[in-house]
Design a protein around this ligand. Structure first.
Ligand code: SF4
Length: 291
């Protein structure tokens, strides 16, 4: 029995940076500290931040003059910056520099002619922010059938949420080519996401069961699940190691594990332990090895 952890599982550069900024802010605490929405999609990390005095604000009415507000790695729209400025709060901007670049691209495109199409989840905070930078002119497309229902346009510019599934993005681009005179494609899927998706795809081809661990509302973790599920029906999505059951891995000789960009290293470590324990329950004599 072998457990293989996908390369690049766990926190990405943008999430690590946002967490470092939040912890540094908590250390030099001079006022009440809030994150604008949950800093990352992980309940344990949110609890840890709460213990350090960092709370989550979801509305301007929760803030007072002089409070500190941390902008998470997903970024926010220019409207939110304006609201926070009016509130006279101190800002710690933890927007991932890669997301900042995408925002700048969208802002530049919004001054040009042609329809902007963003491939992503319209409810995701990164997309909400990008919509603001497009001056609310961009169209958000979530799947191939939505792209196929679009009318012909003379000119379009298409880009992706940073954590988008590369295969889905390609399918949507292909659908748009048929419906657009001039199509400009900006592949804004970030490198870390691309590497993580490739590693998970590779792993799904090598194992009998693949477990994806991460927050249920984490966009990139959900994408990893969909990618693996296409290749391997025995793919499971768990939020915590406690959800691993012996049935999930019964009869498997090679078990894969992959975590999203917001999955803490301890959760990955504990999931390996939980898989080991479940293996023991299935076949107590079996010797296990971890990669
Ligand atoms: S997934 Fe990529 S773009 Fe998004 S926060 Fe992480 S490093 Fe930045």
């Amino acid at each position: 029995m072998k457990i293989i952890v996908a390369k690049n599982s766990g926190f990405c550069y943008g999430v690590k940076r946002a967490l470092r900024l939040a912890r540094e802010t908590a250390k030099n605490k001079q006022s009440k500290i809030y994150t604008w929405g949950e800093l990352i999609h992980n309940p344990e990390v949110i609890n840890e931040l709460k213990n350090q005095g960092i709370r989550v604000a979801n509305s301007p009415s929760e803030l007072k003059v002089g409070d500190t507000v941390i902008i998470r790695s997903h970024g926010v729209s220019p409207d939110i910056y304006r609201i926070l400025k009016k509130k006279k709060v101190k800002l710690v901007d933890a927007t991932c520099p890669i997301v900042k670049k995408i925002q700048q691209t969208v802002e530049k495109l919004s001054r040009q002619s042609g329809e902007i199409v963003i491939v992503g989840n319209p409810k995701h905070p990164e997309i909400q922010g990008l919509l603001g930078y497009s001056r609310h002119k961009a169209l958000v497309v979530e799947n191939e059938s939505q792209a196929k229902s679009l009318p012909y346009q003379k000119k379009r510019m298409v880009l992706a949420q940073s954590t988008q599934d590369g295969q889905l993005f390609s399918q949507i681009v292909a659908a748009l080519v048929e419906r657009t005179g001039e199509l400009r494609v900006y592949n804004t899927i970030c490198e870390s996401t691309r590497i993580r998706q490739e590693a998970t795809t590779e792993l799904a081809r090598q194992v009998d069961v693949l477990i994806i661990v991460g927050g249920r509302n984490s966009s990139n973790t959900n994408k990893l699940y969909q990618i693996s599920r296409r290749l391997l029906p025995r793919t499971y999505f768990v939020e915590s190691p406690e959800e691993i059951t012996p049935e999930m891995i019964r009869g498997a000789t090679r078990i894969g594990l992959s975590g999203g960009a917001s999955t803490p290293p301890e959760v990955i470590k504990n999931t390996v332990i939980a898989i080991n324990n479940s293996c023991q329950q299935n076949s107590p004599q079996e010797k296990m090895t971890n990669d």
